[in-house]
Design a protein around this ligand. Structure first.
Ligand code: FES
Length: 103
């Protein structure tokens, strides 16, 4: 039995060692606020931080290159969606320039 404390409450889990933490929380502890998401590695957990960081970066660097993005954008994505994030940054920059009339 594994015992753990979460949000000040003690929980126990007894099951296979390879049970994902998500199932321990959802099924074992009944904490259904923890979501599985789509299951395709696109959880979105990092998105709000990514968006805020990119918005700040685009203010000072409206047309970032891939190298600029690699150097300046250091937000971590546990799902490893960095190529998609880079593509989204370029698209956000493009839309931002169009909206500002700079293009
Ligand atoms: S999409 Fe899951 S942490 Fe970034």
């Amino acid at each position: 039995m594994i015992r753990f404390t979460l949000n000040g409450k003690i929980y126990g889990f007894e099951g296979p060692e390879n049970t994902p933490l998500l199932w321990v929380l959802r099924d074992g502890a009944g904490l259904t606020g923890t979501k599985y998401s789509c299951g395709a590695g696109q959880c979105g957990y990092c998105q709000s931080g990514q968006i805020m960081a990119v918005a700040a970066m685009l203010r000072s660097l409206p047309s970032p290159t891939d190298k600029d993005i690699d150097r300046k954008h250091s937000n971590i994505c546990r799902c490893g969606t960095y190529s998609r994030i880079r593509k989204a940054i370029h698209r956000a920059a493009e839309l931002s320039r169009e909206g500002s009339g700079d293009e």
